[in-house]
Design a binder for this molecule. Sequence first.
Ligand code: HEM
Length: 421
Amino acid sequence: MIGRQDVAVVEFPFETLTCNEISFAERDERYRLLHEWPEPTYRHPSGLRMIWKYADVREVLDAATPGLSNANSLDPLVGYARIVATPRAIPHFVRHLVPPPAKATANLTDDRLHKRVWNTMAGPSGHFTISPGDRPHRAAAMVEHFHDAVRDSGYRPGTHLDVTALSMTYAARTCGAAVGLPESDWPHVAAWSGAQSGLLGRVMRGRELADAVAALGWLFTVSGRAVREGRGSAATGFARRLRDAGLSHRIAVSAMANSLAAGVHTVSGSIQQGVQRLLTDPDRAWWDLLADPEGSGRVAAKILQLDPGLVAWKRHVKTPVVLRSGTRLPAGPVLVMFAAANRDPEAFPDCSDLQGTGKLPLTFGFGRHVCPGKSMATLAVEVFLRQLRELAPEAELVPEASRTTRRSDLLFSGADITITW
Ligand code: HEM
């Protein structure tokens, strides 16, 4: 853990470091310092203006205030111009991403069309909605994904278990199955969706950028195939539901690709950071609560509040805006730090207390674009943590395997976690 004396008070707590590069304890401290920062916004070297106060984050995520837009939410951090100026990226771009994919979810600004897409995913009988009656069999399917992922990892009793890799395989299986992607594609889903996630929050160039564009392209190409094959199927899979809602092929492909990309690193990052927090506690209080069905739900919800795998999201200020709190935002892109807002002492007086009270955490966004995978993701995190506790109640972190350098990422966050028992 870092102390006050270790962080120069004059330096903005997230000037150079991102959550992905630090442990949960350092994150706790830097978020605490962030909420002591004298200004409510900060112009980050990336060019994004950071905001973190609960009320501001909620209003900007909602994007209903005139002057605020969600149109840039899925734009690559380096901009399209750099992709087009990267010779190695161009063949992949042309092969998979021309004509450009439709806007169907987070960056769609046509509210009526968006509502149709969103309802198909998360309306009362939406494809990702989990009703109380559905919960037991959805959880059972996730338990099976967990054990299949352990088997695929090649784990043998007495050896170390790489929780980071396991959580990615698990999340890819869970999301691949949910959208109806053929099983043969599941092993590639983590890499493909990692490309979309990476392009959103990381500064890439050269070969790395070209590889990410190629993987993103495959995500759309494979989603296109799955939509074509699934639209006519007798079973009401995701593709059939999108067709039945009268949505075009292009919109359906983007809805599928975006859902696949959205679920994998968000769920797996939350798991990795959660396991790090739970196993670092010498009392193992939250870890042991996982053995209790009611306790495991509370622990998963708290992990998703404090340590989500996605920590921030982008919005665009088209014309200068004064938010309801009085915070002023000049025109330009904004980084909406919702994981930071989840710790705003004005909204959560005791955020690290499991019984703590407070407002609705903003982990899954707010307003029209609120995450349609929210109930699925919450259950997926809970099931994984419970199963891991059941498999390895005496688990210990392997410190030397957990000290690798992770990359700077303004949006996604995870941890390298290996355990033994
Ligand atoms: C811990 C896991 C997850 C987190 C933290 C998370 C977070 C978010 C957030 C903050 C948004 C709002 C974006 C915006 O306002 O523009 C969002 C949107 C979205 N999420 Fe999730 N998500 C998670 C898991 C999932 C899963 C498992 C799926 C797929 C089944 C999913 C699919 C989507 C989609 C399609 C959108 C776009 C919604 C729209 O604009 O209508 N997410 N998510």
